[in-house]
Design a protein around this ligand. Structure first.
Ligand SMILES: Cc1cc2nc3c(=O)[nH]c(=O)nc-3n(C[C@H](O)[C@H](O)[C@H](O)COP(=O)(O)OP(=O)(O)OC[C@H]3O[C@@H](n4cnc5c(N)ncnc54)[C@H](O)[C@@H]3O)c2cc1C
Length: 361
């Protein structure tokens, strides 16, 4: 089999890339082995609305039946809860999505545009004069271009030996339970050794997530009621998320920022978390995945139509995103000074910069 572009990973970044490529007339094959049916990350800011509209994805988002996200409320720097109402946001409210349904919708949208979708896993790649020879779990193929949309695993970049810079490590300990509160907002609360957020999910569920140092994460997971004890010790989150037996067992996920040292090369390019992964405090991951899926696909189409400078332009855009992200997260971590001698906060403190937007409002 021969194709123009193989997109590895069908999360938001890969599905958008495949859709954009197919709409531009390329033969695009999208593959994913869909191992993680319980992906974390649910809040899509209203700022994504113009991008989703331009991509023709608003009806596909609606099809996945998201909940409205009408604002954030946070206790950060002191115990006072401060609200940010999205009613004043020119883009309107955001969404709390069901990840499985949202991603299934995005895959449908890629297929509607003409992309081919297959459940398969990337096993190996080699390059020769005909292009990339790719071994998938269900067979071999030849492709002119590869897009790495494999999320934090960055599987293609790893196989190509491209290094990944990891920021200060952080683990997210998350659990999903029944939503027993009518508040539609995301709540954020900083605590002595990390920070929490909770958000309502579609289908009457709620997610609660504790972000801590890796050493604390393994201790908390190994204690019989470690996560629930931490939840019970919060001032605000526990009011929306009672620390009782209704939660599924907590799971851990890598949540530190990371960045590929090279975003593209001869016949390949990375998008989404594979290229740039964000601390969830930024609430920027899915937006960036959609944006880089679009821009990455446009860059590939540019090169295929004889504009090699498109790759440098793409890298320049990612570099700007990365710099802005670093400034913003440093600013927000610096705003919490109550526990500055604790390892979690000490490692994250850096100089404050201008006021940005994030999960904190
Ligand atoms: C705790 C936490 C909370 C978060 N909260 C938010 C939030 O509220 N809002 C937000 O916008 N973002 C949030 N994020 C980030 C967000 O989830 C990611 O940024 C987003 O999923 C990135 O999309 P992606 O398409 O790049 O990668 P992914 O969604 O990770 O998709 C990558 C895909 O590649 C596939 N894959 C991997 N290896 C292979 C292989 N070898 N072959 C084939 N397929 C493969 C995987 O199965 C996966 O489906 C959060 C992240 C964390 C850790």
């Amino acid at each position: 089999m021969r194709t123009d572009v193989l997109v590895i990973g069908a999360g938001p970044a890969g599905a958008v890339a495949a859709r954009v490529l197919a709409k531009a007339g390329a033969r695009a094959l999208l593959v994913d082995d869909i191992r993680d049916t319980d992906k974390v990350g649910e809040s899509l800011p209203g700022a994504a609305r113009p991008l989703l509209r331009d991509l023709g994805l608003l009806p596909w988002l609606a099809q996945s039946k998201p909940r409205a996200c009408v604002g954030n409320v946070s206790a950060w720097g002191d115990d006072v809860l401060r609200a940010t109402d999205f009613i004043r946001d020119p883009n309107g409210s955001g969404w709390h999505v069901d990840r499985q349904r949202f991603e299934a919708s995005l895959r449908d949208a890629a297929q509607e545009a003409g992309a081919t979708w297959r459940t398969a896993r990337l096993k190996s790649v080699t390059r020769d004069e005909a292009g990339w020879q790719v071994q998938l779990s269900d067979g071999a193929l030849c492709t002119r271009w590869l897009i790495d949309a494999s999320g934090r695993s960055g599987i293609l970049a790893r196989k190509l030996g491209v290094a990944r810079t990891r920021d200060t490590p952080m683990i997210a300990l998350y659990a999903i339970g029944e939503n027993r509160h009518a508040d539609e907002r995301t709540m954020v609360e900083s605590v002595e050794d990390g920070w929490w957020y909770c958000a309502p999910l579609p289908q009457g569920r709620r997610i609660a997530v504790l972000h801590v140092e890796a050493s604390d994460a393994s201790r908390i997971l190994h204690e019989p009621h470690g996560w629930l004890d931490q939840l019970a010790a919060t001032r605000h989150i526990r009011l929306l998320c009672p620390a009782d037996a209704s939660w599924c067992p907590p799971r851990g996920a890598d949540a530190g920022g990371a960045c590929l040292q090279q975003w593209s090369g001869d016949g390949w390019l990375a998008v989404g978390d594979a290229a740039l992964a964000f601390d969830p405090l930024s609430s920027q991951g899915m937006f960036n995945a959609l944006y880089t899926g679009l821009r990455g696909a446009q860059a590939v189409m540019g090169v295929l139509s004889g504009q090699p400078d498109e790759l440098a332009r793409y890298s320049h855009q990612l570099s700007n995103v990365r710099q802005t992200y670093l400034r913003h997260t440093q600013y927000f971590y610096a705003a919490e000074q109550r526990w500055k001698h604790r390892p979690f906060w000490r490692r994250r403190h850096a100089e404050a910069t201008q006021m940005p937007r994030s999960r904190l409002g």
